[in-house]
Write a protein that binds this ligand. Structure first.
Ligand SMILES: Nc1ncnc2c1ncn2[C@@H]1O[C@H](COP(=O)(O)OP(=O)(O)O)[C@@H](O)[C@H]1O
Ligand SMILES: [Mg+2]
Length: 366
């Protein structure tokens, strides 16, 4: 894609770019760039120019895209959320806006983009349109992802280790104590058996043994369900979320409501597990950090996007401070959402609760 192919004769007399008039040099510069999509929008957001970099990254020829609205480059979920319009409004008000996120190529495939939109104004400051520069960051993101994956894997191993410790402790403290009690009861039964005169009271003692055994079975079920909720495999995500909420209410006395709009969506197992683990992590954070009295979990499918919100009314946190080195919960949520090709935002400030807002294309869940 040579820069001069569109206008072969225009710079025919020039021996060097310095022979070319300054305005034309800018044209050549932009035409020569292939690593960045550089193009202009009019004030309403329609494309008015298109460089070879834009064609390479986004897949449209100038004829296909000039005159079209730039929302064509956004995902349906971003369009539904009004993102393209909002970005132009911010660029118009503040002079520029920068964003990183999923964008869509002509063939529908997605790439991770870094986008800068700058307002273009005349000498009097009146808005003429926008200059937009987009860079495909997919490769760079993959690299960063790989680095993070190593970090996360290590953390996963540590977490698993801790988890096994926790199970061992529960088995020891909870089941272990019950077994000890059971053993003592059996010992007592044995010595009573030796003395035939008290045989009538044996009936109530065997009943007592049965109650203790029942309690052990309940403990076992609870420990196993913590490791992997059986409902998720048997009855699906909605029931598993209900179970999670009920369990949370029982353990922490926090009021949790689960609202799922639409019927049980037919998600694949990976997607169901991922969404379940996200909610589980969010609730763990509520229990550890929020001191909340209420949690709202809402899931809805609209058009081709799933939205999932988890909000508590607790003490919140200032999100602008850097995360602790040992904080992997929110990072883990981010990773899981990214695995589903979605986007996640955290909203919180001290005193105003914590909200996690997730959008995922349904196509990634089926
Ligand atoms: N629901 C919440 N309410 C208040 N603060 C929260 C909430 N969730 C997370 N946080 C804050 O964000 C930090 C990071 O959370 P996370 O990544 O899960 O790490 P961790 O839970 O291990 O501290 C927490 O340490 C806490 O300060
Ligand atoms: Mg956490």
């Amino acid at each position: 894609m040579g820069p001069s192919s569109s206008e072969p004769s225009r710079f025919a007399g020039a021996a060097s770019v310095s022979d070319v008039p300054l305005e034309d040099r800018y044209f050549l510069l932009i035409e020569a760039v292939e690593d960045y999509a550089i193009f202009m929008l009019d004030t309403s957001g329609c494309v008015t120019s298109w460089n070879p970099g834009a064609q390479r990254i986004k897949g449209y020829t100038p004829d296909e895209i000039i005159g079209q609205h730039f929302s064509a480059f956004y995902t349906p979920e971003d369009i539904a959320a009004g993102k393209p319009t909002r970005e132009l409004e911010i660029a118009a008000a503040k002079g520029r806006v920068e964003d990183e996120g999923w964008r869509v190529r002509r063939d529908g495939s997605r790439f991770w983009a870094n986008v800068v939109i700058s307002a273009v104004c005349d000498a009097s400051g009146a808005l003429l349109g926008f200059a937009k520069v987009t860079r495909d960051m997919t490769e760079r993101m993959r690299l960063a992802e790989l680095e993070r994956a190593v970090e996360v894997t290590t953390q996963v191993q540590i977490t698993r280790e801790n988890e096994q410790k926790r199970i061992a402790r529960e088995l020891h403290d909870d089941l272990g104590q019950q077994l000890t009690a059971l053993k003592m009861s059996v010992a007592l039964l044995e010595s009573n058996l030796a003395d035939q005169t008290v045989a009538a009271s044996l009936i109530s003692e065997t009943h007592e043994l049965q109650t203790q055994i029942d309690s052990m079975v309940a403990s076992l079920r609870r420990i196993a369900a913590d490791l992997r909720p059986p409902l998720l495999d048997d009855l699906g995500l909605t029931s598993a979320l209900d179970w999670l909420a009920e369990d949370f209410v029982k353990r922490y006395g926090v009021d949790v409501t689960v609202h799922v709009e639409s019927d049980e969506p037919a998600f694949n197992e990976f997607a169901s597990t991922t969404l379940f683990r996200i909610v589980q992590e969010a609730l763990t954070n509520v229990a550890r950090h929020a001191s909340a009295s209420r949690v709202r979990i809402e899931m809805a499918c609209a058009e081709d996007t799933l939205s999932l919100e988890i909000e508590d009314n607790g003490m919140g946190v200032a999100l602008d401070r850097p995360p602790e080195k040992t904080s992997f919960g929110l990072l883990g949520i981010r990773e899981r959402v990214r695995q589903l090709q979605g986007s996640v935002s955290f909203f919180s400030s001290p005193g105003s609760g914590f909200r996690i807002s997730i959008r995922v294309p349904l196509a990634a869940l089926e």
